[in-house]
Design a protein around this ligand. Structure first.
Ligand SMILES: *Cc1c(COP(=O)(O)O)cnc(C)c1O
Length: 379
């Protein structure tokens, strides 16, 4: 029998440090009377995250979307950029806000990331960059993508919003490509309520990025360029410092839940997990746990499973459905046509994000898996 939970279970819950710890941190801000513009908390957080992510340089932002807009500006990206339709709306919207045309490329059915083997066919004389997403924290084929970029003289920007802490061969994910964007939104594993960062290998980029996020103001007498307000404030940075202290335990708990999910769900026909072929992922981000449901083999469609779980008070999510290529603002683009994106269209109908956060009891995960098994058996 299906178990109905007494209280609703959501896909995620924000990681909340003890309130006393946060108020103590806020007292430091009150004492300093410095609320934003590269204050003490900001400087500390920037240093800690640079170290945590194992990257040469970092710049904090008020959110990930503004950070990604600035990334495009700082590299002077224009014309066309090849990207994925299987992502959060911010990814293609950032291109639009930069007056750049997004070109949608199909995805790999195992990693759910942009299919590096299909990028070359989409390059035109207008192409200036590749904007790829490490979907659910699983790394893209960063080596193949860099090879293509080098051959055609393109920049590479990664939307690493899900990939906080991901490492390949013990190298921080932010060391790949020209710039990587991290999001510190409340729903992300590490968060600053709202926030984000740009990571980059080329430390020469930092002065320009830091100018661009502060209106281009160099000093009291000089405004260098048309910048924007992308600054992270001291309250955000303080919350981030407190969340950082809770991160190791949260990751450990999510690692355990991931194992429980795998152990129970792998036995059910028609359920597939994401896989990253040919890349040595030495550390995972544990941002989301998503499965694919093959309707024929499982016996019910993803939408049916979603509806049934909802009646059990389990609120799963269809990440990422609809595809960006189906939004009214993009669907008229030639690259958005379904014939160009067969895999992305299939995956968008199969994908389901299951509840995944440290506070979720193991017994609840077992019960969720049990419910999914029953939905399969009830065909
Ligand atoms: C969360 C997210 C963003 C946006 O980040 P914000 O910090 O909310 O602006 C961008 N891309 C992806 C893939 C995301 O999940």
């Amino acid at each position: 029998m299906l178990k109905k939970f007494d209280n609703p279970i959501y896909v995620t819950r924000p990681l909340l440090p003890p309130l006393e710890v946060v108020t103590k941190k806020l007292q430091e801000i009150w004492d300093a009377k410095w609320l934003t513009n590269n204050g003490a908390q900001h400087q500390l957080l920037e240093a800690y995250i640079t170290q945590y992510l194992n990257i040469p340089a970092l710049s904090l932002f008020n959110n990930g979307t503004i950070a990604l807009i600035v990334a495009c500006q700082s590299l002077r990206i224009s014309g066309e950029v090849i990207t994925t339709p299987f992502t959060f709306p911010a990814t293609p919207h950032v291109l639009t806000w930069n007056n750049i045309k997004p070109i949608f490329c199909d995805i790999d059915p195992h990693s759910l990331n942009i299919d590096a083997n299909k990028i070359e066919a989409m390059i035109t004389p207008e192409t200036t960059a590749i904007l790829a997403v490490h979907v659910f924290g699983n790394p893209c084929d960063v080596f193949k993508i860099q090879e293509i970029a080098d051959y055609y003289g393109l920049k590479v920007i990664y939307d690493a919003a899900h990939a906080f802490g991901t490492e390949i061969d013990n190298i921080g994910i932010g060391q790949f490509g020209d710039i990587s964007m991290f999001s510190f939104h409340a729903t992300k594993l590490f968060h600053t309520v709202e926030g984000g960062a740009l990571a980059f290998k080329d430390t020469n980029l930092k002065p320009r990025i830091d100018l661009l996020k502060n209106f281009g103001i160099k000093n009291e007498e000089m405004v260098m360029m048309p910048g924007i307000n992308g600054k992270m404030n001291e309250m955000q940075a303080a919350v981030g410092l407190c969340v950082l202290d809770c991160l190791a335990e949260e990751r450990q708990k999510r690692k355990q839940l991931l194992e429980v999910y795998h152990q129970h769900l792998k036995k059910i026909p028609g359920i597939y997990f994401t896989q990253v072929p040919d890349i040595n992922v030495t550390q995972q981000s544990y941002q989301y746990f998503c499965i694919r449901i093959n309707a024929q083999e499982f016996g019910k469609s993803r939408n049916e499973v979603y509806d049934i779980l909802k009646t059990c008070n389990i609120f799963v999510r269809k990440y990422f459905y609809p595809l960006c290529s189906d939004y009214p603002c993009y669907k008229q683009l030639p690259s958005a046509h379904k014939d160009n994106l067969p895999i992305a269209n299939q995956i968008a109908d199969e994908i389901l994000a299951l509840p995944f956060y440290g506070e979720l009891p193991v017994a609840d995960v077992e019960q969720i898996c049990h419910n999914i098994a029953i939905i399969h058996q009830n065909n």
